[in-house]
Design a protein around this ligand. Structure first.
Ligand SMILES: Cc1cc2nc3c(=O)[nH]c(=O)nc-3n(C[C@H](O)[C@H](O)[C@H](O)COP(=O)(O)OP(=O)(O)OC[C@H]3O[C@@H](n4cnc5c(N)ncnc54)[C@H](O)[C@@H]3O)c2cc1C
Length: 456
């Protein structure tokens, strides 16, 4: 039985909770993590990590298929879905056992079970009542259904989509945000027939419109049937198939994947009895240091406002713990959090889209450069990628960065870092970049915004 008194108790061991726990232990707090399922949370076990492991197989397959262009004859390429699943599981277990190892190293106690807040300030796990000087709620989120279509059987959520028992012959994906685009792009390249439907009129609706256009082109090239501006209707699921209509068409698929966003996982957490206030949309209300309305109780990650992203959850965990420790903290600037979508073509972005920057009244300047403008794009075989810098003309501020193409999810970090260090596009334009690299397209895009594009 665990000792029942701690300086810091974290409920949930996802990227928010486990990072918070490690930071708390580093700062000398006696720390415990309560987890009802598996260490590493949904991110490591069911979401980010398995998704990227399967996508990596699809990416490698694309490269092998394009190998002829590079003078390599490859024949007899086959998809061994069972082996892809085995590698996915190995990647997950490597990373989750890494987290367990870090818990041990930092002397963090793991308590298995459902954690809840008691009315008297204690944390309850079954019959165990734990006294905690501070509590961090990090229970993440659960998938949201769409009106009239419940989950069950062959109507599945994103986590199930990355754990399908067999490679589906036909798959429909509803909702073309990051998760929908990733699922469609992976399975289409592995051999499934994929329909991707989106209610609004473009894919990745929160990304810059130029990026959405190139992603749509890329996904169509993978054979995906893309249906934008078409709500789903008449869903009928049987044991072997799901039938539905979209626009004036109807389809039958093996699985229907609903990617309609997430809702805070607060069920059974005892928030009401603990007097913790919620936002109107059901998220937990917090201030800039992630403090809830109850003193000593914090909430982080998918439970609170801001983009539902693992790295945002981790950063909030660090802010919350440092506040508990009495250190000076700063609220997250949500607009500066990098966003990554790992479909092919890859998408990395941060900050404002061009349309949003204009709508906010900024004096907008835009630099746009295709990867083909720099040597790296041609050498490495991606001339169609695009880097778009959105700036404010007066002081050269970087308002947003939008990249689509090979390694966009890595390349975006440069613009995020420069902005964090209070640099603008003029500074990026004058930084020396290695040659021949794709990052030269980032530099050229900044030069384009600054009015002196060299290659273009
Ligand atoms: C398919 C998919 C792919 C994604 N890909 C990415 C990506 O590539 N990059 C990215 O940044 N983000 C990605 N995300 C988002 C990311 O997974 C979340 O933002 C992140 O997991 C949030 O972390 P968290 O710590 O808040 O919660 P979670 O990772 O959800 O972990 C919460 C944990 O709390 C536990 N728990 C819940 N209630 C209790 C309770 N009462 N008692 C004890 N334990 C409890 C749960 O079992 C879970 O283990 C993806 C999401 C999905 C669904």
């Amino acid at each position: 039985m665990a000792d029942s008194s701690y300086d810091c108790v974290v409920i949930g061991s996802g990227p928010g909770g486990y990072v918070a726990a490690i930071r708390a232990a580093q700062l000398g707090m006696k720390t415990a993590v309560i987890e009802r399922d598996k260490v590493g949370g949904r991110c490591l076990n069911y979401a980010c990590i398995p998704a990227k492991a399967v996508l990596r197989s699809a990416d490698l397959l694309s490269e092998v298929r394009d190998a002829g262009e590079f003078g390599l004859r490859v024949s007899g390429v086959e998809v061994d879905y069972a082996a892809i699943k085995a590698r996915r599981d190995k990647v997950v277990s490597t990373l989750t056992s890494g987290v367990s190892g870090l818990f041990k190293k930092n002397k963090i106690e793991v308590i298995e079970g459902d954690g809840a807040l008691g009315a008297d300030g204690q944390v309850l796990v079954g019959d165990l009542a734990i006294t905690a000087a501070s509590v961090i709620l990090a229970t993440g989120s659960v998938p949201r259904a769409i009106p009239g279509v419940g989950f069950g059987g062959r109507v599945i959520g994103t986590e199930e989509a990355w754990a399908l028992p067999e490679l589906p012959g036909r798959l429909a994906v509803v909702g073309a945000g990051a998760s929908g685009a990733e699922i469609a792009s992976a399975y289409a390249r592995l051999g499934s027939e994929v329909v991707l439907t989106e209610m609004v009129d473009r894919l990745l609706p929160t990304e810059d419109a130029d990026i959405s256009r190139l992603v749509e082109r890329g996904l169509k090239r993978q054979g995906i049937s893309v249906q934008t501006g078409t709500p789903l209707a008449d869903v009928e699921a049987s044991d072997s198939a799901v039938r539905f209509s979209h626009g004036d068409q109807s389809s039958e698929v093996d699985y229907l994947v609903i990617c309609a966003g997430r809702a805070a996982d607060v069920e059974g957490l005892g928030l009401e009895q603990a007097g913790i206030e919620l936002e109107p949309n059901g998220l937990v209300k917090v201030d800039g240091a992630l403090r809830t309305s109850r003193p000593g109780v914090y909430a982080i990650g998918d439970l609170v406002l801001g983009p539902a992203l693992a790295h945002k959850a981790s950063d909030e965990g660090i802010i919350a713990v440092e506040d508990i420790a009495g250190r000076e903290t700063h609220p997250i600037s949500y607009i500066d959090i990098p966003r990554a979508t790992f479909c092919t073509p890859n998408v990395g972005s941060f900050g404002l889209t061009e349309d949003a920057a204009r709508a906010l009244g900024h004096d907008v300047v835009v630099g746009k450069v295709p990867y083909g403008a720099v040597g790296g794009g041609t050498v490495y075989g991606d001339r169609t990628g695009l880097v778009k810098v959105v700036g404010e003309s007066r002081y050269g501020e970087l308002l947003g960065g939008h990249i689509v193409g090979s390694r966009a999810t890595e390349l975006i970090q440069e613009l995020v870092n420069v902005r964090a260090l209070e640099g603008g596009f003029a500074e990026v334009a004058r930084m020396i970049h290695g040659h021949p690299t794709l990052s030269e397209a980032v530099m050229e895009s900044a030069r384009a915004a600054d009015g002196w594009l060299i290659h273009g």
